[in-house]
Design a protein around this ligand. Structure first.
Ligand code: PLP
Length: 421
């Protein structure tokens, strides 16, 4: 459930008509619902009730500080994957002891800055990285808490570009080598091993891959304890999928996922961390766009929108489906016609949907892409010198611009011209 609904014939975000925001901010823009963000966080938090736990929001899904502050106030920690995300989380007021640092390529500088600023744990992805963490921590006279990310060689049964838990993926160390690597970790100065980390992919629509991975983690926990390691924390990653279409059968609920966690690792006495991103932010955001032209092609009609692949790349990158709905509620029983829905960018890949059945639309009409809150704004670019579109947040009957649209001058003036020109 989200808080984007038709009311009196008009799409609302919580208590605010979307058209009112469009009139004030100008299309296109991203729009987030506070109530939906908080509700999704709480679903996870409650699903782990009874276990010591921390839900660390994977902020790469949507990282505006207003979103981070909203979730942190509800009790979330953060999962960061870069020095920039770490700085952003800290700027949003999240204390270091609630930030976990994931990612395969943490640099010396990123490790140093987060050790100085405070960090809950590094999720280590390789032995060379572990050596650098040891070296940096030792030079600072600090001890770095770490988990080691294991690759359980489990098929997440999701899109190949977002599967991370097979042996061919770049992530983690092979679980078959885990005991050896933990033994090595125990010998390194400046490092304190606290647990195990796993993350098998994104947009998982079945629980079975999680079960297989978590059973392997449970088995490894026992083995490592037998080897003399203190394993007190299990970071089980993110990845639970969301419904991108209203018609599709729904993916498992956070409660089912929580029960699975309890079944598979609940008996180990560990503190559990999870890192959901998409499920918290995905259906908490929409992308609002205006029809610029309706163009008659040889054998089809194109809806040319003012949003493009640079604003929302998921359809071009992952062949992703987004439901697209008119902001004015169509009369029930109204005829629908097929449109190819495209943006203005000079790439044929700039296509959001082909042959999508929609009520008849005309230039100037507003549409909303549902489920655009995660991996939307964060993946946008200024390709074609199109300004990054604004982000707006609603809270009950209020709304605020949480990132304004840059002007052309702001974009252009970032270039610097060499002295020989
Ligand atoms: C991307 C990512 C997540 C979040 O995945 P979602 O599918 O958005 O829940 C969690 N942990 C790690 C390490 C990630 O890379």
């Amino acid at each position: 459930m989200d808080h984007f609904m038709y009311r009196d014939g008009a799409l609302h975000a919580e208590d605010v008509p979307v058209s009112e925001i469009a009139a004030s901010v100008g299309a296109p823009f991203y729009l987030y619902s506070t109530a939906t963000l908080v509700r999704h966080f709480q679903l996870f938090d409650q699903a782990l009730d009874g276990l010591p736990h921390l839900v660390c929001y994977a902020m790469k899904a949507a990282s505006n500080q207003a979103i981070l502050k909203t979730l942190a106030a509800a009790g979330a920690g953060m999962d960061v994957v870069s020095g920039g995300e770490y700085a952003r989380a800290v700027a949003a007021g999240v204390p270091g002891e609630r930030i976990v640092f994931s990612g395969v390529g943490k640099t010396h500088e990123e490790i140093r800055a987060s050790l100085i600023g405070g960090i809950r744990q590094f999720n280590v992805e390789s032995e060379p990285e572990m050596a650098v963490i040891s070296e940096v921590a030792t030079s600072l006279g600090l001890e770095a808490p770490i988990t080691i990310r294991v690759n359980p060689d489990v098929d997440a049964k999701t899109h190949a570009k977002i599967a991370t838990g097979k042996s061919e993926n770049k992530f983690g160390i092979p679980i078959s080598r885990a005991r050896e690597v933990y033994a090595h970790a125990a010998d390194l100065p400046g490092i304190k091993v606290v647990g195990i980390d796993v993350h098998i992919g994104s947009q998982l629509t079945e629980l079975e891959p999680f079960r297989l991975a978590y059973l392997k983690v449970a088995e490894l926990t026992e083995a490592l304890r037998a080897d003399g390691h203190e394993i007190t924390r299990l970071d089980l990653g993110g990845g639970l999928g969301i419904p991108y279409t209203r018609s599709n059968e729904a993916p498992p609920l956070p409660t089912d996922y929580g029960n699975l966690i309890k079944e598979t690792v609940g008996h180990l006495g560990c503190e559990v961390e999870i890192e959901p991103g998409r499920l918290i932010a995905g259906n908490a955001g929409i992308l609002v766009s205006r029809v610029i032209y309706v163009k008659q092609g040889e054998d089809r009609q194109f809806l040319i929108l003012d949003a493009a692949m640079n604003d929302l790349i998921r359809p071009a990158m992952y062949d992703a489906h987004h439901d697209i709905v008119p902001v004015i509620e169509p009369e029930p029983g109204l005829d629908q016609v097929p449109y190819d829905i495209v943006g203005p960018v000079c790439e044929s890949g700039d296509t959001f949907a082909k042959g999508r059945m929609m009520p008849v639309l005309k230039a100037g009409d507003l549409v909303a892409f549902r489920s655009a809150g995660a991996y939307g704004a964060v993946m946008s670019s200024e390709y074609n010198t199109r300004p990054l579109i604004p982000e707006v947040m609603v809270h009950n009957d209020k709304f605020a611009v949480i990132r304004p649209r840059p002007t052309f001058d702001e974009i252009i003036n970032r270039d610097t011209i060499p002295e020989w020109l």
